[in-house]
Design a protein around this ligand. Structure first.
Ligand code: PXL
Length: 275
């Protein structure tokens, strides 16, 4: 049996069902060893909470990388999510450049914005830094807001094919080998994903579910990573991730009082079945 080990680089939001508390269980459930490099420790995520704590771990990153190199550790994939500081992005770039084995792939989720706005604490300088990770991405997984910021296109509430293709091509031209735009499709009124590999566009459309939850981008990227590491095609991995997010949101609808994340845990077994 071919055992895979991946590294995921993102924060620990102690409560909030996002970042590492999502990536670890989801990718592990896919049968993949999941090593972590925490970028920051927060008491909660920054959306919908006030007064959260924030411990920046930027300066630990180069030390951790050096130790791993001394131990001869490497990874089959590196998946990056929410990063804690502008300075940190350069350290994460070093990890992407040096810690993968010869067949490793880099999955970059530029988790920094949604609904037309940057998350709390991020600014133009951070966006510029995040842009430097694009050429390192075998798979870039932005939502439409992140795609606009990275492409330098003013955010518009537009979801037509012409706009989506223009945005995606700009990100491809910045160096991403595959762009998977999440939360969009070519079918009006439906969501899903639109994908481009430099040759052709493909998409997947499913019904939009009215319940917005924090952390669904992290669930998506984690399930995508888990499926891809199990040898599923890029399209199938993107589709499995989209279907799993739908399952998690449907499950969350059964608990309207639960507001900070999506209840993916009770439906994790479905992800295993899909893979
Ligand atoms: O899910 C994205 C995310 C991750 N980590 C932190 C966040 C957010 C989104 O708000 O605040 C700390």
């Amino acid at each position: 049996m071919d055992f895979k080990r991946i590294l995921t680089i993102q924060d620990i939001s102690c409560v909030g069902q996002c970042s590492l508390t999502v990536a670890l269980p989801i990718i592990s459930a896919c049968g993949i060893e999941t090593s972590v490099l925490p970028t920051a420790v927060l008491s909660t995520h920054t959306g919908g909470f006030t007064g959260f704590t924030f411990r920046d771990l930027t300066d630990d990153i180069p030390e951790i990388r050096k130790h791993w190199q001394k131990e001869g550790i490497d990874f089959d994939a590196i998946y990056t999510g929410y990063l804690g500081s502008t300075k940190q992005v350069a350290f994460v770039a070093d990890v992407l450049d040096s810690m993968g084995n010869e067949n490793a792939v880099n999955i970059v989720d530029p988790a920094m914005a949604d609904g037309g706005k940057l998350y709390y604490g991020f600014d133009d300088e951070f966006v510029e830094a995040m842009r430097t990770l694009i050429p390192k991405a075998d798979y870039l997984l932005p939502n439409i807001t992140e795609a606009c910021f990275l492409a330098g296109v003013p955010y518009e509430d537009r979801h037509d094919r012409e706009f989506l293709e223009m945005l995606i091509k700009k990100l491809y031209n910045l160096g991403a080998k595959n762009v998977i735009l999440t939360g969009e499709s070519f079918t009006e009124g439906k969501t899903g994903f639109v994908m481009y590999d430099g040759k052709e566009f493909s998409d997947y459309a499913h019904d939009r579910i009215s319940r917005g939850c924090h952390g669904t981008g992290d669930i998506y990227a984690s399930a995508f990573t888990g499926a891809l590491m199990n040898g599923r095609s890029v399209y199938d991995s993107a589709k499995i991730a989209a279907d799993f997010v739908v399952e998690a949101i449907r499950c969350s609808q059964k608990d309207p009082d639960h507001t900070y994340g999506a209840r993916f845990e009770p439906v994790l077994y479905k992800l295993k079945e899909m893979i």
